[in-house]
Design a protein around this ligand. Structure first.
Ligand code: 5GP
Length: 134
């Protein structure tokens, strides 16, 4: 069964792509906690619980997420990139990468900032440009 994230990775549903390789895909969260809030997913694996992943896929996902986080920090100035794994909403394993100025930036219950499509496109392009330098 294809999840919404499988369809995003396949390009069937639009997203603001920030990085991609053969097996993994990273894109901006549609309801970001902060500028540059990124989701990192395996393209094919659809288990909704990260600790159920095949160990090789799990390792590959974190390796890819590390690279994306380096690119994200270069593109979006922040104290550090925070990490969260929830999976309460979308049943397809994903890692949240959130640029942090303060620990409150990782509070999913707070009021989320709003960015225009142009701002989201610009942020995604900046992260992708940094990713391609790595
Ligand atoms: P979680 O499953 O980790 O609790 O939350 C799912 C996350 O995915 C949320 O932060 C939500 O804003 C994001 N999200 C849900 N649907 C879409 C979508 O169609 N596109 C994008 N870019 N993000 C989504």
């Amino acid at each position: 069964m294809a999840t919404i994230f499988t369809r995003i990775a396949a390009g069937e549903i639009p997203s603001y792509k920030v990085a991609e390789n053969e097996d993994y895909y990273a894109f901006l969260d549609i309801n970001p906690l902060a500028k540059g809030h990124t989701l990192v997913i395996p393209k094919k694996v659809e288990d909704d619980y990260i600790f159920n992943l095949d160990p090789a896929v799990y390792e590959g996902l974190w390796q890819f997420a590390r690279k994306v986080a380096v690119a994200l920090k270069a593109a979006v100035p922040c104290k550090r990139v925070g990490v969260a794994v929830l999976g309460m909403e979308v049943p397809h394993t994903h890692i949240h990468l959130v640029p942090l100025q303060t620990e409150a930036d990782l509070d999913f219950r707070k009021e989320h900032p709003v960015f225009t499509p142009e701002q989201q496109a610009e942020t995604a392009a900046a992260i992708l440009a940094e990713y391609e330098k790595l």
